[in-house]
Design a protein around this ligand. Structure first.
Ligand code: NDP
Ligand code: 8X3
Length: 249
């Protein structure tokens, strides 16, 4: 039987590439995001390969998140694979000058949003005693870099929550995976720098990971045999050694 995946943050970057990768393999898709026109484009493009349903909600809004997931039509209700991917960095500032709004955005989206979506889906997985949750963390969840403070904090939280999920969901046979990429060339830096020109140089002078590189690893994780769980992946582009060392031309 075809599996169904729900992907948050499917309108861009890693989430979008994962939607394309999963569609190639015939996985049914529930694609989530806030930009309706992009959801419509995705539905149109991927419906040729698989069944697609889209949901428009902001993961910061607890009630809307639960309501949207509850509203799924019967044929999309049983989620086998949850990709908790929606998230971003907002700002890159030392702690003493950081913006409270940026801090709220990162904790509310990257941490609390992930929890709201998980809360809406985990009970059906425990009921069926099966499922796979993949949380998109970051190398920023494994180390801290200058001015990364709260973003790194949010991704350290994602990793801790992932490990907690793996423990608590162990009796139910549910797989839990963290995929932690380094620099990936997406809209991430545009969002981090609010469209400012600092974003232009982030991926210059070396070949960063592409969203498709991460999507392939995500598909690898979901396509392992039943007894195999890829628990934790840290992936960098070849030019990157850690959060602060990148070999540029
Ligand atoms: P993008 O900016 O390209 O994509 C972010 C996605 O998240 C968009 O689809 C966006 O959709 C969605 N999103 C953002 N805020 C909200 C919200 N409040 N409610 C619902 N959806 C939201 O970035 P990436 O693809 O790079 O990022 C995806 C994940 O990967 C994030 O968790 C990020 O932290 C992580 N990551 C990224 C790395 C990178 O270098 N790019 C490296 C390591 C991890 P919409 O605006 O339509 O709602
Ligand atoms: C995104 C990678 O290095 O910008 O999580 O934090 S980094």
């Amino acid at each position: 039987m075809k599996k169904t995946a729900l992907i948050t943050g499917a309108t861009s970057g890693i989430g979008r590439a994962t939607a394309y990768e999963f569609a190639k393999h015939g996985i049914k898709l529930v694609l989530c995001g806030r930009r309706q026109e992009r959801l419509d484009e995705l539905e149109k493009a991927l419906s040729k390969q698989t069944e697609v349903h889209t949901l428009n909600f902001d993961v910061r809004d607890k009630a809307k998140t639960l309501e949207a997931i509850e509203s799924l039509p019967k044929e999309f209700q049983d989620i086998d694979i949850l990709i908790n991917n929606a998230g971003n960095a907002h700002g890159l500032d030392p702690i003493q000058t950081g913006s409270l709004d940026d801090w709220d955005a990162m904790m509310d989206i990257n941490v609390k949003g992930l929890l709201y979506v998980s809360k809406a889906i985990i009970p059906q997985m425990t009921e069926r005693q099966s499922g796979h949750i993949i949380n998109i963390g970051s190398s920023a969840g494994k180390e801290v870099y200058p001015k990364g403070n709260v973003y790194c904090g949010s991704k350290h939280a994602v990793l801790a929550i992932t490990e907690g999920m793996r423990i608590d969901l162990n009796p139910f046979g549910i797989k839990v995976t963290a995929i932690n990429p380094g620099l990936v060339e997406t809209e991430f830096s545009k969002v981090r720098f609010k469209g400012g020109k600092e974003a232009d140089s982030v991926y210059k002078g070396y070949k960063a990971l592409q969203a498709e590189d991460v999507a392939e690893v995500i598909y690898f994780a979901v396509s392992r045999p039943a007894h195999v769980n890829i628990a934790d992946v840290l992936m960098f582009c070849t030019a990157q050694a850690n959060s602060t060392i990148v070999k540029k031309n």
